[in-house]
Design a protein around this ligand. Structure first.
Ligand code: ATP
Ligand code: MG
Length: 356
């Protein structure tokens, strides 16, 4: 099959790791006889530098013409002084809105050969395999008002946690659909003892669960979920939660996999192209040094094959190649203890050679 992929490398290591993901897609294309056509767009700091805005119209157009979008990362100290509305991160929020990317899927997978890279004991993390389904278009990130003002002599700040019923319903449905092809269990995370939005969230989770009688639903308060993720991560299969809770829990969960450099993500829409990106940021401390771990970006490309193109066998081939090189002892700097490690390019090469 022929598929169009829009590539937004962004900033910092984003450029290095997306290059690796493209090499891997090309290797898959060769082996399984598919054609991937790549087009490119600017986002984040790279776009601010040349176009003056973090998400130019031309980039949105490139994405909308594609079958899927591959993104690197945005941001870096170079743009620290830029006003809030024009910051690189705004480019990311804007593309999520433009493409209506409502569901962010973040799988957390255990790799036996990386057990030593996690700060947690092997007995706790062995065989951990869950996925966080984070709502991406609502909540505190977009609620209005969000402002700072003075009330007489008092300085006041307001952020608004805003959700429409249908936004909650579609993310919960996505979680149940995800659980269907996994271990049939959904943990819905909220703060229903405090927040009105969480009470509606719980109600809707119960309603939707009636359509999935074979799937177990449990509710968990977010503070308790934060603890359980470390205490007993094997408890989880599919975790569904609102935007900000999902942001926090998924960074916490990244430590179960050993390194931020291992974690892929998919941001799905119901119509049009979905977007795939590593969970990590632009990593300015190691940018340009050919040192970043490309695996998160490569596994994001695997998610693209699976979710956007329906190419399950091809997705598995990528995931198996990653596992194979790790088992063979190949490490990038973030995973190695000591001075012996592979560059970004050499790691990509090892994975490409395994696929070929
Ligand atoms: P963001 O705000 O964009 O999420 P962040 O502040 O969470 O970014 P990252 O850019 O993700 O920060 O970097 C956090 C740490 O993880 C840094 O020390 C960085 O070098 C490291 N890191 C991130 N991605 C990788 C990678 N692909 N390979 C190796 N190390 C990485
Ligand atoms: Mg972060």
């Amino acid at each position: 099959m022929t598929k169009k992929v829009a590539v937004l490398p962004g900033d910092g290591v984003g450029k290095e790791v997306t290059k690796g993901a493209i090499d891997v897609l090309n290797a898959i294309g060769q082996r399984f006889n598919h054609q991937f056509e790549f087009s490119y767009g600017l986002i984040g700091g790279a776009a601010i530098d040349t176009e003056g805005v973090p998400l130019p119209e031309s980039t949105v157009a490139v994405c909308k013409e594609a079958d899927a979008v591959l993104l690197g990362a945005v941001g870096g100290p170079k743009w620290d002084a830029v006003p809030t509305q024009l910051r690189p991160e705004r480019g990311l929020l804007a593309i999520r809105k433009e493409l209506d990317l409502y569901a962010n899927l973040r799988p957390v997978t255990y790799y036996d050969s990386l057990a030593d890279s996690s700060p947690l004991k092997k007995e706790y993390i062995q065989d951990v395999d869950f996925i966080i389904v984070r709502e991406l278009t609502g909540g505190l990130y977009f609620g209005k008002p969000s402002e700072r003002r003075t009330n007489g002599s008092e300085e006041v700040v307001v952020d608004t946690l805003y959700y429409k019923r249908e936004e909650i319903e579609r993310i919960i449905r996505q979680a149940f659909e995800t659980a269907k092809v996994r271990r049939q269990k959904v943990t819905s995370v909220d703060k229903a003892n405090v927040l009105e939005s969480s009470r509606l969230w719980r109600e809707i989770a119960e309603e939707v669960s009636k359509d999935y009688p074979e799937i177990e639903l449990e509710h968990m308060l977010v503070d308790s979920a934060a603890m359980q993720l470390i205490r007993n991560p094997k408890h989880f299969d599919v975790v569904v939660t609102e935007n900000m809770f999902g942001d926090i829990l998924s960074d916490e969960a990244s430590m179960l996999a050993g390194s931020l450099g291992m974690l892929p993500s998919a941001s799905l829409t119901l119509n049009g192209p979905s977007l795939y990106e590593p969970v990590h940021g632009s990593a300015p401390d190691i940018a340009g040094q050919n040192k970043a771990n490309p695996i998160a970006a490569i596994l994001s490309a695997a998610m693209m094959l699976r979710h956007s193109f329906g190419l399950e066998e091809e997705a598995k081939a990528v995931e198996q190649a990653v596992e194979h090189v790790l088992n063979a002892g190949h490490r990038t700097a973030d995973l190695a203890n000591g001075s012996h490690y592979l560059s970004t390019e050499k790691m990509v090469e090892a994975i490409v050679d395994t696929i070929a």
